[in-house]
Design a protein. Sequence first.
Length: 317
Amino acid sequence: MPDALRIESDGAFSSAIPPLPDMNTGMGIRLDEKVASHPIRVAIPAGDQQKIKVAIRGEAEKRGGQLIEIRAGRESELTVIMELTGEGQGLMGVQTHLWLEEGAKVRLVQVQLMPSAYRVLQDIGAYCESNASLETIQLFLGGSDNYSGCYADLEGECSRWESDLVYLAQEHQRFDMNYVARHRGVRSQSQLRAKGILREHAEKCMRQTIEFVKGAAGAEGTEQEEVLMLSENTINRSIPLILCGEEAVQGNHGASIGRPDEELLFYMQSRGLDMEEIYQMLIRGRIEEICRRIQDPETEQKIWSFWEGGGENESVS
């Protein structure tokens, strides 16, 4: 990926900040090698509170990769909102490394609003010290082939990761996702939640893994997935996995996969709605749910402009 992406932020990012140590990510070292040539970094001082917005835009007929490194100091609080947009067709790869020092709280929001001909790679790697708390909120609406991963090392005692992902796959879109919570810290916690809608000929594979390393006594992890399939031609693969190297832990997983309730569809049709209107209501409900979690009116407006414009990026430029 030789071309740099267009990055717009409030100036908090710099290439002069010392790099973070190597860390695991959801997509692995091959992507590390592609995006590491021109990283940008931000470091939040101990006890500080900040909110940062980053706009990442891919250009037509180009391939671009970007590494973003974030270090949150002790007892700091940080919100980062990333908006991914583009034009035409091309390839975008964005990798985010996060290091949360003791007691830090980081909220990472990623909103992917790419055109339908773009291939998108989104990758996250996180390292959490004692009492650190990471929240990731992701909404994927565009792109053709979408690959995403997230790997959180819950190294410290009482560290925590909460992940919320909502995606819409339609026409011939493909989604391939790998999310891993690795518990090493005593009483560490993770919650991985994914909700998606598949229609037409869309295809999706979701891997959710919770690993309890020996010594992580009292750790708890939960993985949940809800998939709504609106067509018989869609392909869904759900691969939940729990690995236990420690006995005194609690791991849970559950999945709800299927078509909309027939009685609900009949009732809504009896109220004068056709099937396409019903499907649009279901999709809109999922988007509204994640927008409430984002808690940023400007970003929410861009999401709805993109959606109501049929995926046209010019509406969110």
